[in-house]
Ligand binder design. Sequence first.
Ligand SMILES: [Zn+2]
Ligand SMILES: [Zn+2]
Length: 138
Amino acid sequence: MFTANEMIKTFKDNTLKLTPQRVAIFRVLEKKAGHITAEKIYGNLTKDYPNISLNTVYTTLKMLVELNKIKELYLNKHRVYYDINVNLHHHIICKVCNKIEDIYINERDININPSFFDSYKDLSYQINFYAICKNCSK
Ligand SMILES: [Zn+2]
Ligand SMILES: [Zn+2]
């Protein structure tokens, strides 16, 4: 589970620099949960932290990705999203409003011949589905 307090501890344990801005980024991630862009996090913080830069947000997010605390999602060509749910799951994205929802697929339901991956090690995957959501199809 991603919590700001847990991240503070992780940063301390790894002797990474903790700044009030970094902690604020953790808190936005915790509060917003779900899937969020660096720009959105930045937008949430500029009022309370006028000195924060988008670059600080990116650097902190990259550190969290490297610590395996959040996942980077490539859901469309416009933006990278960050997900605090690092468990294996997939996404469905609305082609109109860009709403993102988690989808859990049973491994057995993915009918791929494992021999396709014979020559690869450490396989991971992430499936994106694109559709028009209920709201947008009204
Ligand atoms: Zn939609
Ligand atoms: Zn997700």
